[in-house]
Design a protein around this ligand. Structure first.
Ligand code: HEM
Length: 541
């Protein structure tokens, strides 16, 4: 596992502002973009696969291919990557590589982070060495890794035309089945159109009150007890429990009550996501996730059948666009009352997608600032394509967009590595709005470089939900609690769907404070601006 020095850890920076009672709004604290002209020109000279393989074999004195040319771009397959070598030898000696994409020379040391699940760390290192686009052989797979906003935008907005989800769908099918989070083509279009209307504005405002505030208040009550006892608390675990309760109530009107009793669903979600990650590189042995998937599916099926009985007994039908059932405003109720014809397996898989995506990711936004938590997005080229910067990819090429790199690149941001709460002046009553009015150019840049919820047609459907949840929870915590980081901890990172810390503890302390007026203003004005955070790049979703 990779150990991060506390003084280098973005979380520590975050903590120094957030966890000592000063109000900060992490969502608005992204760095200022300085450039969006991404691809690093000029492209490196072309090289051949054969020569690259030769260069990787150079270390072997017995190797007959030994007297080859120097390859500035490193080897197609690093000496340490025997699995990749095997694959490359099998699949294309002599093939011309005229892609213009440099090849990352990945050493085993570099990828030790992979074994802890922190793939984004070596990806960042290689970006600094090879630039905003490079080719990486990861185990038996071969990825083009993209850290340039313009290329990322090109790939994300071309979903369905030139790119599909590809690998991510393949490796997550065991979990999501036919759910719309991984479905492709017309199945995805139909399912997304059915589910997205359930997250309408009226629903969100009801959920803020009934669910986000209530769940956060419940957590505060628990933390007060810990404060009295002087107990150090693992906040990541607490946030995980909080968000499971939130997503359970919002999607199913069901209280997991995981703040009180351990819920097997949390563990099951992490286990399943880890397995999906292991499958995507094929570098690690797969976990045995069958049991975890069974736990999640069974839970979802039970919740659906309970709700179905009630809806059928009541004969409820949707007749308004922004329909909310006052007793049960859940997404499940919305879908069932809309009487949409869909198989029960499909419904289960769609809702399971919401449960996993919604639970797993929202927890981490509370411990990391939003721009620091994102990992990678995967796409696969369906046709040959030329990327901005004149980089060529073949049909079938897996593309890995490193959102972490884009959000942390010094080519893109000023003071890229820092958390700077002062970027938005909180004394300003409407910080986001002012930016909107006065900074058209800034916003245009922002839309291209800040993509925690992805972009284009497959962008997150829960972005506004997640942002509101995080803001409301922060508001409630800060009104009642202070947090002090337990000194001398070894802070590590790991990944689920996003980046998480491992076992970081805080001492909570109860305070009596008033909710900051700026936060009030922010909350009441931000909803309409939230779409900023996941651009659709002009696509209709
Ligand atoms: C901080 C919180 C969250 C983050 C950072 C996040 C991030 C993302 C990202 C990056 C994607 C797109 C993946 C891609 O382009 O391949 C995505 C998709 C998705 N998210 Fe979220 N998400 C969050 C919260 C939520 C919540 C709360 C829900 C549910 C209420 C949700 C439901 C979904 C679904 C269903 C998809 C699949 C959409 C599709 O494929 O059409 N997410 N999310």
């Amino acid at each position: 596992m990779h150990n991060i020095r506390l003084d280098k850890c973005p979380k520590a920076l975050f903590g120094s502002h957030f966890f000592h009672g000063t109000l900060t709004l992490p969502l608005s604290n992204f760095p200022k973009p300085i450039s969006t002209t991404s691809p690093r020109p000029p492209p490196p000279p072309p090289h051949t696969l054969l020569l690259s393989i030769k260069s990787s074999l150079n270390k072997d004195p017995n190797n007959k291919l030994n007297n080859n040319n120097n390859n500035n771009n490193g080897s197609w397959v690093s000496p340490d990557w025997l699995t990749s070598l095997t694959r490359s030898l099998a699949s294309g000696i002599g093939a011309e590589d005229n892609s213009g994409i440099p090849i990352a020379n990945a050493k085993l040391d570099d990828v030790s982070d992979l074994l802890g699940g922190a793939l984004f760390l070596p990806l960042f290192k290689w970006m600094n060495e090879y630039g905003p686009i490079y080719r990486l052989a990861a185990g038996p797979r071969d990825f083009v890794v993209v850290s340039a906003p313009a290329i990322a935008k090109h790939v994300l907005r071309s979903y369905g035309v030139k790119y599909g989800k590809g690998l991510v769908s393949e490796v997550s099918e065991f979990l999501f089945g036919s759910g719309f989070a991984i479905a492709e083509g017309s199945l995805w279009t139909a399912r997304r159109r059915a589910v997205v209307p359930s997250l309408h504005k009226k629903y969100l405002s009801v959920i803020v009150d009934r669910v986000f505030c209530k769940c956060a208040e419940r957590l505060v009550e628990k933390l007060k007890l810990d404060a009295e006892d002087g107990v150090a608390v693992n906040m990541e675990a607490k946030f995980s429990q909080l968000t499971l309760d939130v997503i359970g109530l919002s999607v199913f009107n069901y209280n997991f009550d995981s703040l009180t009793a351990d819920s097997p669903v949390i563990e099951a979600v992490y286990t399943a996501l880890k397995e999906a990650e292991a499958r995507s590189t094929d570098l690690l042995p797969y976990w045995k996730a069958e049991k975890a998937v069974e736990v999640i599916r069974k839970t979802v099926e039970e919740l659906i059948s309970k709700c179905k009985e009630i809806v059928e007994a009541e004969g409820e039908r949707i007749n308004e666009e922004e329909y909310v059932n006052e007793r049960d405003p859940s997404i499940l109720r919305f879908l069932l009352a809309s009487r949409e014809e869909v198989s029960s397996t499909q419904l289960r898989d769609d809702l399971l997608s919401m449960l996993v995506a919604g639970h797993e990711t929202t927890g981490s936004v509370l411990t990391w600032t939003i721009y620091l938590l994102s990992k990678v997005l995967l796409r696969r080229a369906q046709v040959p394509d030329v990327l901005p910067g004149n980089y060529k990819v073949n049909a079938g090429q897996d593309i890995m967009i490193s959102v972490y790199n884009i959000h942390r690149s010094s080519q893109v941001w000023e003071r890229a590595d820092e958390f700077v709460p002062e970027r938005f002046n909180l004394d300003d009553q409407y910080p986001m709005r002012r930016t909107l009015i006065s900074g058209v150019l800034f916003l245009w840049l922002l839309l291209k470089v800040f993509i925690p919820f992805s972009g284009g047609p497959r962008k997150c459907v829960g972005d506004q939900f997640a942002l509101l949840e995080a803001i409301v929870a922060l508001a409630v915590f800060l009104q009642h609690m202070n947090f002090e980081l337990v000194p001398d901890q070894n802070i590590s990172m790991t990944t689920g769907a996003t980046i998480h810390t491992t076992n970081v503890k805080f001492y909570p302390a109860h305070i009596h404070a008033n909710l900051n007026a700026a936060l009030h203003a922010y909350l009441s004005n931000n909803m309409k601006h939230f779409s900023l955070f996941s651009p659709n790049f002009g696509n209709r979703c």
